[in-house]
Ligand binder design. Sequence first.
Ligand code: RP5
Length: 160
Amino acid sequence: MKKVGLIMGSDSDLPVVQKAVDKLKALEVPYEAHIYSAHRTPVEAKAFAETAEENGFGAIIAFAGKAAHLAGAIAANTCLPVIGVPVKSSTLDGLDALLSTVQMPSGIPVATVAIDGAANAAILAAQIIALGDPDLSQRLKDDRAKAARAVLEKNAALDI
Ligand code: RP5
């Protein structure tokens, strides 16, 4: 199975990244995580993106806060699908990171999820990998059915 790359701009992003790790583990999707910054380590971030396809990755999730250029910088250097997670790590509550991540120029897409939306990023990455993996596709369907059951149980227990 293809791996998911998890690239974060700083170790201060780890609590958000962990939510994606938890979801990928639950779905049994292999992943590899690195700290590469678009600004502090641009050479390493570029090298990762340029070699990601030959290194067995099928999708990349990039996590960054503040002036969040990481997802765009990764996307600029690979044709693999890139998912951006804007991280709430500043006095602007993550809106800065959201706009920096989502407002990509035409031709270089970044599939941007919600601020701190790490679980959805992991699910989306798994859905991409599942296009070539029927077993993973079934696990995603089971996971969604489980989530629906949880809501319906809460509905049945609602007493206000
Ligand atoms: C971004 O700047 C990182 O992704 C992080 O969210 C933010 C702050 O980084 P630190 O100053 O905490 O290392 O590049």
